[in-house]
Design a protein around this ligand. Structure first.
Ligand code: GDP
Ligand code: MN
Length: 397
């Protein structure tokens, strides 16, 4: 689950990281109200930033600077309602604008193969790090945190030197990098990114200019499987920005991932689902989705799974592969029959159900009299039939 910038910044603040003050506004008038105190406190400008779960908002025109409350209101009016990479902006973040001297990148990701948290830093901050990684991978420095002791101070210093940060900000950087690692652990995050981590010029009251390190942008992704431990984070989920198919799948307790092919799959068990996809590919077909309906699937769940599969217009055939253990074959078969009676789009279906109550399942399917439903004796047979049906439908189309 991705968090919006303002939510991510709150999590950074909770770990003591330096983040400039900010407010969130949903209307131009609110943006004006939010900007007033910052401008009054001596900030020459405020920054207005679109809150959407995509990167590159700056380039897309979703980050703008205003020098007055009037301008803040006007620019917020331009950004709110703007379409950024297909997402409509509904909120903006308003903050005193930082005077940036230099921009760095600092991020932490879960490195599963190393079974450690990997910290990455780069002097090429501000721009999208994926571009830097693709074009100049040597410009990104990496260090793995210790699995038990966390990110050690000397490791943070190594990162800082390799990033060319300079000694003046070393102490602050160590606090930020170790705090980033703590943010990762405290929230079970997959990714915590600060881009830019900026050297900011401060104009102190006595007119002596100083510099500080500030987290000007934040991106956090929480491990979905850990959300049960973080009910306060689950509440932050932004349903408006999620694919409706993902929202529906989660509500029904289904693991569903859409793919590009034409054969919809309904399988119980993740391992069996992956095997089914492999066999489809081997037989020359392409799966349209990964779908694990889970154990003990009741027929309402089967109907929900069916409607998810059919919501994809490129599905030309459906392959149902159920191994009845806790899930009863007859329950699944009845669910399939009911679902097919309700749905508007009729797509040919091949069903293989083995295990608990398989005979009864076969009887229910036969008695339904649906000419577009075939049963299969083996998985190989089922896959072959599904691929053939999908190929025929594609030619017919
Ligand atoms: P992103 O494009 O979605 O990653 O959004 P960012 O928050 O990273 O903003 C993009 C760019 O806008 C940054 O790299 C900065 O150059 C600029 N920017 C963001 N915040 C400020 C600010 O407070 N002051 C100034 N001067 N520029 C900012
Ligand atoms: Mn950024």
């Amino acid at each position: 689950m991705k968090l919006q910038e303002f939510q991510a910044k709150k999590l950074l603040l909770a770990q003591g990281l330096p983040v400039p003050d900010f407010s969130v506004a949903a209307t131009p008038a609110e943006a004006r109200q939010a900007a007033l105190p910052y401008l009054g406190m001596g900030a020459g400008r405020v920054v207005i930033k679109a809150q959407v779960l995509v990167g590159g908002r700056g380039k897309a025109g979703g980050v703008k600077l205003a020098t007055s409350a009037d301008e803040a209101e006007e620019l917020a009016g331009q950004i709110l309602g703007m379409d950024i990479k297909g997402i409509t902006v509904r909120r903006v973040l308003v903050a005193p604008a930082a005077e940036i001297a230099r921009e760095f990148y600092l991020g932490a990701v879960l490195d599963r193969s190393a079974r450690r948290v990997l910290l990455m830093g780069s002097a090429e901050g501000g721009v999208e790090i994926e571009e830097v990684a693709a074009e100049r991978p040597e410009a990104i420095v990496r260090v793995h945190a210790h699995p038990h002791l966390g990110l050690l101070d000397y490791q943070a210093r190594q990162l800082a030197f390799a990033m060319g940060l300079g000694t003046q900000h070393l102490r602050a950087f160590v606090a930020i990098a170790t705090g980033l690692h703590r943010t990762m652990l405290a929230n079970d995050a997959d990714l915590v990114e600060i881009n830019p981590l900026a050297i900011v010029l401060e104009h102190l009251p006595d007119a002596v200019a100083g510099e500080s390190l500030q987290c000007l942008d934040a991106k956090i992704t929480i491990d979905d499987s850990a959300l049960e431990r973080h009910p306060e984070l689950e509440l932050l989920r932004d349903l408006d920005e999620e694919d409706p198919v993902d929202v529906q799948a989660r509500q029904e307790g289904l693991s569903f991932i859409r793919l590009d092919g034409s054969i919809g799959c309904m399988v119980n068990g993740a391992g069996l689902a992956m095997t089914t996809m492999d066999l489809i590919k081997r037989a020359g077909g392409e799966p349209a989705n990964f779908l694990d309906i889970g154990g003990g699937a009741k027929h309402e769940k089967v109907a929900a799974a069916m409607s998810l599969i059919l919501s994809d217009p490129s599905v030309r055939a459906i392959l149902v592969n159920i191994f009845g253990g806790i899930a009863r074959g007859d329950e699944v078969a009845q669910g399939l029959v009911d679902a097919r009676r309700q749905q508007e789009r009729h797509v040919p279906m091949v069903v293989r159900i083995v295990g608990t109550n398989a005979d009864e399942a076969a009887r229910i399917l036969a008695e339904s009299g649906d000419p577009d439903v075939q049963t299969a004796a083996s998985l190989d047979d089922a896959v072959e039939k599904a691929v053939a049906v999908a190929a025929r439908a594609a030619v017919g189309a």
